[in-house]
Design a protein around this ligand. Structure first.
Ligand code: F6P
Length: 468
């Protein structure tokens, strides 16, 4: 059973009162949907709209169990504590986190609701896999309700260093919540190490390597919790196959044509989020046009920025800043019939994404901080022609894995300008060599390998009391 903030689909009620759905945004669903499509399991999560109460239903063979969030829960638990406290705190405080006691109360309340929904659904002795920072209290709450379950937790975003995490007024409760799991997975070894250090400093528990020993009130060992890195991936073969279809190949040619066949096509694809470094990237591009290192008439940057968390102030502000910057660059360097930045504040289906990846000469994934970043992996999976170049921010989880990318420090605008120029004029032989390395990694370690590895470690945990 999977427990995640979102169901794999966003549900809304049609005029006839019947639920209709579209795919949910974000990397978590991209990764987990194909895993669950092959498993005989249930998925507990929110349908994406406030005050929606629905009976469980089935999509693509997965039983979906909706959890209801009121408008107040959405505001305080989702937009507030999850995305205006934890999100900025866990991403290097790029934006200042807000600490509000009412948001924390809502987070506790909603985490309990998810734990209760999972406890009511799970078969005896089942394996439950809890996901991400919105639900860090669920492992301990669930263990209390159902000590027979095996509980895994995977953290999709970075886990910060102690010095940052310790700012959280409720830090101890969060750590205790996570320690309810048998296995806690992180994207990178560095995240797991940060977590273990936090446990050592904020609790009296003993740790050995990455294993934490949980004791009862008499100091007797109760169980062990393992923290480890399991870098997430995508359904690489499916993406590779999609990008090879005639329809996608033809669409890629069409996209270039519609853009006026630029000599150099640069591409950015992100949720519109301040962690993604969109402003820094566009600024670097604008300066390259200004300096004459890239020609405005021969170059196009397509920036897909899919709408995200629009009720959170920092996101609304970012949108204004990005749109101002895009407008300036197009105003200064555009010509009739040609804008050097094509900015698309929209979400697109996978087929269109694959065509964009194929059309692009250079993919820019220059997040300031990112747990993994699956766009980088999708780009490599799409490029069976061994062409194209990936410029990748050092502070993404993907940078730990993807040798073959051109790495940049996204805060260093001059360095980024050099890297973009280098990538745009990459020698085809070097491009091929780099892309082959990227593809070897992405195709060799897909999302099924990720879940297999995580679940193999989790199911090796000895079964506990099953008399519930
Ligand atoms: O991977 C991080 C994450 O927050 C996921 O948990 C989430 O599904 C995705 O990004 C998209 O964010 P949201 O659910 O807030 O739209």
């Amino acid at each position: 059973m999977v427990v995640a903030n979102r169901l794999p689909v966003d549900v809304s009620l049609g005029e006839d009162g019947e639920p209709t759905w579209t795919r949910s945004p974000g990397g978590l669903v991209t990764a987990l949907a194909p895993v669950m499509a092959q498993a005989d399991g249930a998925w507990v999560g929110w349908g994406g709209s406030p005050d929606l109460t629905l009976d469980p239903f089935e999509v693509d063979g997965t039983q979906l169990v909706p959890v209801t969030l009121s408008a107040d829960d959405v505001e305080r638990y989702y937009e507030g504590f999850s995305n205006d406290t934890l999100w900025p705190l866990y991403h290097d405080v790029i934006a200042p986190p807000a600490f509000h006691r009412q948001w924390w109360e809502a987070y506790r309340r909603v985490n309990r609701r998810f734990a209760e929904a999972a406890a009511a659904q799970a078969a005896r002795g089942a394996t439950v896999w809890v996901h991400d920072y919105q639900l860090q209290l669920v492992p301990a709450l669930l263990r209390e309700l159902r000590p027979d379950l095996r509980i895994g937790y995977f953290h999709h975003i970075p886990f910060p260093p102690l010095e940052i995490f310790a700012q959280l007024p409720w830090r101890k409760a969060v750590v205790e919540g996570l320690l309810g799991a048998d296995l806690i997975g992180f994207q990178r070894g560095g995240d797991a190490a940060n977590f273990v250090r936090v446990v050592r400093r904020l609790t009296d528990l003993t740790t050995r390597g990455q294993v934490v020993t949980i004791t009862d009130e008499h100091g007797r060992t109760e169980r062990h919790v393992r923290a480890a890195a399991f870098p997430i991936s995508i359904d690489s073969a499916a993406f590779d196959a999609l990008a090879r279809t005639d329809a996608v190949q033809e669409r890629a040619v069409e996209i270039r044509h519609e853009l006026g066949n630029p000599t150099i096509l640069l591409l950015g694809v992100d949720r519109l989020d301040y962690t993604k470094g969109i402003r820094h990237r566009i600024k670097a591009y604008g300066e390259l046009l200004q300096d004459g290192r890239l020609s405005p008439s021969e170059t196009t940057l397509v920036q897909v920025a899919s709408p995200s968390r629009e009720n959170v102030g920092a996101y609304a502000q970012l949108r204004d800043e990005v749109e101002l910057l895009v407008g300036r660059i197009n105003g200064d360097f555009g010509q009739v019939g040609h804008a050097p930045v094509q900015y698309l504040h929209q979400s697109f289906p996978m087929e269109e994404m694959a065509a964009l990846y194929l059309a692009a000469d250079v993919m820019l994934v220059t997040a300031l901080r990112d747990g993994m970043n699956l766009v980088a992996k999708e780009y490599a999976a799409a490029r069976s022609d061994d062409r194209g170049a990936l410029v990748l921010g050092e502070f993404t989880g993907a940078a730990d894995e993807l040798a073959g990318a051109i790495l940049v420090n996204p805060h260093d605008i001059d360095g980024m300008k050099d890297a973009i120029t280098y990538a745009a004029h990459l020698d085809p032989r070097e491009a091929r060599k780099r892309m082959r390395r990227l593809r070897r990694r992405v195709l060799g370690h897909d999302v099924n390998a990720w879940s297999r590895e995580f679940l193999a470690v989790l199911t090796a945990v000895p079964q506990r009391d099953s008399h519930v």
